[in-house]
Write a protein that binds this ligand. Structure first.
Ligand code: PAF
Length: 291
């Protein structure tokens, strides 16, 4: 695996490959979930001559002023070893000065109805930061395939939407969420949890499974509507908060655009997803479950 820190070296390296890469952007501090995305990218390009490129860049633009930009773990040496073992061909790990040589005044601002709900409502500007860096990385890496985890469900949807609206020739693939044995979704931020918090953290997926059961139960009984969904959401928030969590949201939304389903859609087969974000001590966790 080539480890590359500059745009010039990246361009030279990519020019030596016969076809455009598959690309997995990350912020490092990698876990099995990221490595599964690399394996998925590897499979998608098998036999084509396309390399697999990963990036590691902790993107200041997507962190709020009181968020964990400064303390986000930077573990480049360990990450590089894991990427190599997972079959990555090129690791692009630019410095901030390399990726943002001037303050990034031009931004990619996603539409408010997609980006100011759920995560965007609690992390203002987050998706502008994500879209700006991902668009820039797409310009530099020029991939034909981009692989993003479904753990960040709203991010995946917004990236798909950005690529479609901007006419970028990139096929966006979603990777399934990997979970620990107890069901906790793998995340770099799980490393912030104390041992008792780690044991408690499983309650987030437990809450989402309860939402799934209740939504599907009400649907089969013919009683699913917006009022019932609101009640199920409220119960899930209350169940977490009663255990000491500070919940931002638990919501049931349409899979396709994360907007609320109408009564008619709820009664019929509209594909739904339940999404949650909650704080356990100082650690904010997110997860989701397709219903
Ligand atoms: O999902 C992430 O790790 C980040 O949001 C991404 C896509 C690498 C952009 O910084």
């Amino acid at each position: 695996m080539k480890i590359i820190h500059t745009v010039a070296e990246l361009r030279a390296e990519l020019a030596s490959h016969p076809s455009a890469p598959a690309f997995v952007p990350t912020m490092g501090n990698l876990h099995e979930g990221h490595l599964a995305l690399i394996a998925q990218a590897r499979q998608l390009v098998a036999g084509s001559g396309s390399p697999v490129v990963a990036s590691i860049f902790v993107n200041r633009l997507q962190f709020g002023p009181n968020e964990d930009f400064d303390t986000y773990p930077r573990t480049l040496e360990r990450d590089a070893k894991l990427l190599q073992e997972a079959g990555c061909d090129i690791l692009f790990a630019p410095s901030e000065a390399e990726l943002y040589p001037q303050p990034q005044g031009y931004k990619v601002v996603p539409p408010t109805e997609l980006a100011d709900i759920l995560e965007g409502a609690f992390r203002p500007g987050f998706f502008t930061g994500v879209c700006t860096v991902v668009h820039k990385l797409f310009n530099l890496v020029q991939p034909r395939i981009g692989v993003f985890g479904k753990k960040d469900y709203q991010q995946l949807m917004i990236i798909r939407n950005m690529v479609a609206q901007m006419g970028l020739p990139i096929a966006i693939q979603g990777g399934e969420t990997l979970r620990a044995d107890d069901g906790l979704a793998l995340s770099s931020r799980n490393g912030y949890l104390s041992a008792p918090e780690r044991a408690e953290a499983v309650q987030m997926i437990t809450a989402l499974r309860a939402v799934k059961e209740q939504v599907n139960g009400a649907r089969s009984a013919g009683g699913l509507n917006q009022a019932r969904v609101a009640e199920i959401e409220r119960q899930a928030v209350a169940a977490l908060d009663a255990r000491g969590w500070k919940t931002d949201y638990v919501m049931v939304r349409r899979q396709r655009d994360l907007l609320p389903a109408t009564d008619a859609e709820l009664a019929q087969g509209e594909p739904l997803v339940s999404l949650a974000a909650s704080r356990l001590g100082k650690t904010r966790l997110i997860d989701n479950l397709e219903l």
